[in-house]
Design a protein around this ligand. Structure first.
Ligand SMILES: NC(=O)c1ccc[n+]([C@@H]2O[C@H](COP(=O)([O-])OP(=O)(O)OC[C@H]3O[C@@H](n4cnc5c(N)ncnc54)[C@H](OP(=O)(O)O)[C@@H]3O)[C@@H](O)[C@H]2O)c1
Length: 233
């Protein structure tokens, strides 16, 4: 058996960071070697701990820059932080290939969102008019969500359209955690595909699958499907 994969968590004290630390600590094939926060120097902390794969779950907009710093430190990035654009993802991919490393950008770690995207892509072939509604808790700072942007990108690609032309509606209310609906309109009918979450635990299996996938990844792809498909799910 391989030595346990040496994993660092960036944003370790946050909600996602806490979940990730718990799940990594409970996995026999992973070892939590670095718990990094906003007052640490990222590259130094990664080098000091000989981290092999690092998970970034910090603040929206920081993911791409952190991914580049990880690669500079010889570490494979898994970026769960919201807001990594397609262009930034491509830049990460190119930088990783230059140093023969890999990783993954994951706008959403949940199994249900992956399946929603697959179903919505199929539905969009038949219903060319669609809109995305995302609903989140008040503490979510970014709007629209990274998942909604990824959904718009994937559905627009079905028809070769610009993702900016897919309307996204963002709702922030107390009581909500994280839900997303894709509505597709046809002649006298509407199809609603809806994903609901009831706890952060829905992200746990995806986080572990992404870390394991990153160990041998070539380049930096986008989407949890890479990890679930590699794991045979
Ligand atoms: N991909 C997914 O499936 C998924 C799911 C849920 C959430 N998210 C995203 O994940 C991110 C984190 O969400 P959360 O709910 O865990 O947020 P959170 O509870 O606010 O935690 C964020 C953590 O990141 C730390 N941080 C901020 N800037 C940092 C920096 N420059 N370097 C290191 N650490 C830094 C914060 O520390 P300080 O308090 O010291 O600033 C805090 O501990 C958000 O972008 C969110 O949208 C993604």
């Amino acid at each position: 058996m391989n030595e346990p994969l040496r994993v660092g968590v960036v944003g370790a004290a946050g909600r996602m960071g806490t979940l990730a630390r718990e799940r990594i600590s409970a996995a026999d094939d992973l070892e939590l070697v670095a718990e990094i926060g906003s007052t640490d120097e990222l590259r130094q902390a990664l080098r000091d701990t000989a981290t092999e794969v690092a998970l970034d779950v910090t603040a929206a907009g920081l993911g791409a820059a952190h991914g580049l710093e990880m690669l500079e430190a010889g570490v494979r990035p898994v970026i769960g932080t919201s807001g990594v654009t397609l262009e930034e993802n491509e830049a990460l991919d190119a930088a990783a290939r230059e140093v023969r490393l890999g990783g993954l950008v994951v706008p959403n770690f949940s199994l249900g969102i992956w399946l929603l995207l697959r179903a919505a892509e199929e539905a969009a072939r038949h219903f060319p008019r669609f809109e995305v509604v995302e609903m989140h808790h008040l503490a979510k700072l970014d709007a629209p969500s990274g998942t909604a942007i990824q959904t718009a990108e994937r559905l627009a690609a079905v028809h070769g359209r610009d993702p900016a032309d897919v309307p996204i509606h963002s709702i922030r209310l107390p009581g909500l955690l994280s839900n997303q609906e894709v509505m597709l309109g046809g002649d006298g009918e509407v199809l609603r595909l809806r994903h609901e979450t009831y706890g952060l635990s829905c992200f746990g299996p995806g986080i572990l699958a992404a870390l394991r996938y990153a160990r041998a990844a070539e380049g930096v792809g986008r989407g949890i499907e890479h990890a679930f498909e590699a794991a045979g799910d």
